[in-house]
Design a protein around this ligand. Sequence first.
Ligand SMILES: NC(=O)c1ccc[n+]([C@@H]2O[C@H](COP(=O)([O-])OP(=O)(O)OC[C@H]3O[C@@H](n4cnc5c(N)ncnc54)[C@H](O)[C@@H]3O)[C@@H](O)[C@H]2O)c1
Length: 325
Amino acid sequence: MTLRIGMIGTGGFSRKHAGHLTAMDGVKVQAICGTKLEKAEKMAVDFEGAAAYSEVKEMLDKERLDAVYICVPPMAHGEIELDLIDRRIPFLVEKPLGVDKGTVERIHERLKQQPLITSVGYHFRYAPSAEVLKTHLGDATIGLISGQWMGDMPEVPWWRKQEGSGGQFMEQTTHIVDLMRYIAGEVTEVYASYANRVNHKKFEGVTVADVGTVNLKLESGAVASLSNVCILPSGVDRVGMTVYTDQTIIDWQPEAVTVTGKEGTAAEALQKKDPYVLESEAFLHAVRTGDASGILSDYKDAYKTHLVTWAALTSAQTGSAVKLS
Ligand SMILES: NC(=O)c1ccc[n+]([C@@H]2O[C@H](COP(=O)([O-])OP(=O)(O)OC[C@H]3O[C@@H](n4cnc5c(N)ncnc54)[C@H](O)[C@@H]3O)[C@@H](O)[C@H]2O)c1
């Protein structure tokens, strides 16, 4: 049976996912919804036979979709997810889940009442490097994790606005927060300092902080420090985390893992698999068979990552540590 997929959003990431879907057997990009019909029609040209819409409800009324990919900016979440839950249509939603707490909480609550197959775009969980990191951790005791997302400011206009993206920690560094939760467990307390150093002087309308550092306490007793900047020149970046255990130092980057032990430092061989493709395959398998065990990040789990990034923003705004129950 061919799965009929609807895409919401016509930007870079909708196109990326749609490209992967088109290359898969038994999957069809059936319909595309943009904020303007022309944008959806333009994208539909590249995905043969896809119908174009400018209203989500209209697309859902007219098409029989097996699943939907939600690839909209962080501030545009809410009604889309609730509509899909009401209509029992499984969805893969890109991170972050939103820019506030209330909207995400509402969707999370509704999913508790009306369970549905969901997947959230925390693709690092599917990366071969994450699997190697997990394997190497084994039964070692994690003492401290030091992570970072250091880069430039993305060009999409919504990103630089606090109410558009939620800021760098919520929008980007959330990937590192999520991977940390995946390998080291839940966060119990967060203390954050953010500042505006460069971007508000260089670019129009920047309201997001451009540097920040967040200290976290974990349920296990481990501690972590995750930092980010978006002030670097394009192409100068550093994304990753270092895990210090009672046995080794493990340096993780999306496509590289090195382990330092008593014998020295060794780079791990990694399989060449695209985590975005693995993420989609796991989701579509769940839609086809009902077996969601391959989905490594669903809404319920990603909700906890969102709470951590929300707590960090709250802490940076109030100057106080925020406890998570
Ligand atoms: N997982 C990853 O590695 C990764 C990488 C890049 C982007 N993303 C995420 O994907 C999402 C989209 O990012 P992008 O780079 O494609 O952004 P983009 O700005 O290129 O595209 C966003 C699209 O959403 C549409 N849109 C805007 N408001 C809308 C609304 N209210 N309702 C419906 N559609 C609306 C826009 O018209 C545009 O087509 C973001 O949440 C981003 O964080 C994830």
